[in-house]
Unconditional design. Structure first.
Length: 249
């Protein structure tokens, strides 16, 4: 018999005791992640100003940057459970990035020599998927169905970001990272894009982690918020600690 409790969704990411140290020109920056657990289907926002470690965290979650130290750094790649990604080789990591992770860059990151259609379909072609039907559906829902034959330079900033979102979702990755996806557009457009991004991600069952400097925008739609506590050990050593800001009720 059921006791009435709702079972929590599976964990997608679990980081515990993670540190990343970066040094340049005698200056040290250290990011600390005491604990960061993401469940399937969640929309997580990571908020903070420039230089606090947002991009470093995103690069680690995107498996393009390894931690300097980690008690646990696990990622769910299948129904079989969490995998210790620090034990994977570069070829295995590249395969995980290609098939399991979608990425939305701050500037869109669209290839200027490809049409909107081909930009959106690029992840599908790289992973050997048939994506035309999904591409058409995403383009329609994001309001760019009439832009498919254009090159990126002929689009507005908001349209380019919508194309970047469609591209990140087109190959149905279970996990999507977004790096300041609305930083280059006005606040009204930003709210519209983020609302649509959340709606589509949720309907597709995608887990979404978004980094931004805009706390108000993140608070309006994220399930959970994280931010950073930044301090100095000395003049040349900065430490930034990831902490949960609060949970939306």
């Amino acid at each position: 018999m059921s006791d009435g409790r709702v079972e929590a969704p599976p964990v997608v990411y679990r980081l515990r005791g993670v540190r990343k140290v970066r040094e340049k020109g005698g200056v040290t920056f250290e990011l600390r992640v005491p604990e960061f657990t993401v469940h399937q289907g969640e929309f997580i926002a990571v908020v903070g100003p420039s230089g606090c470690g947002k991009s470093t965290l995103l690069d680690m979650l995107g498996l393009v940057l390894g931690p300097s130290e980690a008690r646990e750094f696990s990622f769910r790649m299948s129904e079989s459970g969490l995998v210790d990604v620090t034990a994977l080789g570069e070829r295995e990591l590249a395969q995980v990035r290609k098939t399991h992770i979608g990425y939305v860059l701050q500037t869109g990151g669209l290839l200027p020599f490809l049409s909107v259609r081909d930009n959106i379909l690029l992840p599908c072609r790289l992973t050997g998927r048939q994506g035309e039907e999904a591409m058409q559906a995403l383009a329609k829902r994001l309001g760019i169905a009439d832009q498919l034959s254009k090159k990126p330079q002929h689009l507005s900033g908001g349209q380019r970001q919508r194309v970047a979102i469609a591209r990140a979702l087109s190959h149905h990755p279970p996990f999507v990272l977004a790096d300041e996806p609305t930083a280059a557009v006005d606040k009204l457009t930003a709210r519209e894009i983020q609302k649509k991004f959340k709606e589509i991600s949720r309907q597709l069952g995608v887990t979404l982690v978004l980094v931004t400097h805009d706390l108000a925008l993140a608070r309006a739609s994220a399930d959970r918020l994280f931010t950073f506590k930044v301090g100095r050990v000395d003049e040349t050593h900065t430490v930034s600690v990831l902490v949960e800001h609060g949970r939306k009720q």
